[in-house]
Write a protein that binds this ligand. Structure first.
Ligand SMILES: [Zn+2]
Ligand SMILES: [Zn+2]
Length: 291
């Protein structure tokens, strides 16, 4: 099989293109899409990566690191310790390789324990991750939190929020870059892999020989496990469908009227929430009952 762009042997299948490409053209394809996101971030910004150790967060920080000089970015990273020694090793290996400032955050220091019940674990993990990444970024003077969310996640979030009729997420967070709001103690968000899929991240970490660990969530009943395979079925027939689906939602969101978003500062911790007390503080207060 020949590469779709040159005469070389093709090694990698790119699902969103529906074509086989050589290693060199794969890297070009990948970095071009990361660059499409990064060029929207203010020059000279500092980015804090939340690293799980899975293929996506690894591919996101490695590719951003390759492009950081161009935009004068400062890069740092944190891993939230969920008790996997394998993931901690991956984090430290990556830190030595790329030389970023990095820290492992222990949940115990925050008075949080991930409950054993897998359904609760997923919920707690989500709340804790979002909160700690934002808070750490704001306290340490980072402008943005960067995550490994990719195109497949965005397609899933898009469809899931549409079928739940939950428009808030789509209106305020459905983008590759959202700007920081310092007066609300909200870091901006960057998703370097916004235009790249699961299979692309996997090909990238393999191509670059990067370390990674398994971060499979224990909850097999996760809605993603139902929705993503349906999206993949559609893409098998029409390769550009997921890219188009995500672009369409994003364009519609941009055209829509955006009512003033209600954000308060939490009465306990002073970080943003839509209510009076944020999800993290409520969780901490009820954690005894969750175990
Ligand atoms: Zn090629
Ligand atoms: Zn709070």
């Amino acid at each position: 099989m020949r590469c779709a762009y040159c005469n070389k042997e093709a090694e990698i299948y790119v699902e969103n293109l529906g074509s086989w490409v050589c290693e060199e053209h794969f890297e070009r394809y990948f970095l071009k899409r990361v660059d499409r996101v990064l060029r929207r971030v203010r020059r000279g910004s500092s980015l804090l990566f939340g690293i799980s150790g899975g293929k996506d967060s690894i591919a996101a920080i490695h590719s951003t690191d390759l492009l950081k000089e161009k935009y004068g970015f400062r890069i740092g990273a944190v891993m939230i310790d969920t008790g996997s020694d394998e993931c901690l090793r991956v984090f430290n290996e990556l830190k030595d390789m790329l030389g970023f400032e990095g820290e492992v955050l222990s949940l115990r220091d925050w008075g949080i324990e991930i409950p054993r019940d897998p359904k609760l674990a997923c919920f707690v993990c989500g709340v804790v991750n979002r909160y700690l990444l934002n808070r750490y970024a704001v306290e340490r003077g980072y402008d943005y939190v960067a995550t490994g969310h990719n195109l497949d996640d965005m397609a899933y979030f898009g469809l899931n929020n549409l079928i739940k009729h939950s428009l808030d997420y789509l209106l305020y967070q459905y983008d590759s870059v959202t700007e920081p709001v310092p007066e609300l103690r909200m870091a901006g968000k960057v998703k370097p892999l916004f235009w790249l899929s699961d299979s692309d991240s996997l090909s990238y970490v393999k191509l670059k020989g990067l370390p990674r660990c398994s971060t499979k969530c224990p909850d097999g009943l996760d809605k993603q496990a139902i929705i993503k395979p349906i999206l993949y079925e559609i893409r098998k027939k029409w390769p550009p469908s997921l890219v188009n689906f995500v672009s369409s939602i994003r364009e519609l969101v941009r055209m829509a009227e955006h009512p003033q978003r209600k954000v308060n500062l939490c009465e306990r911790c002073g970080y943003p929430t839509s209510g009076k007390i944020c999800a993290f503080c409520r969780l901490k207060e009820s954690i005894g009952g969750l175990r």
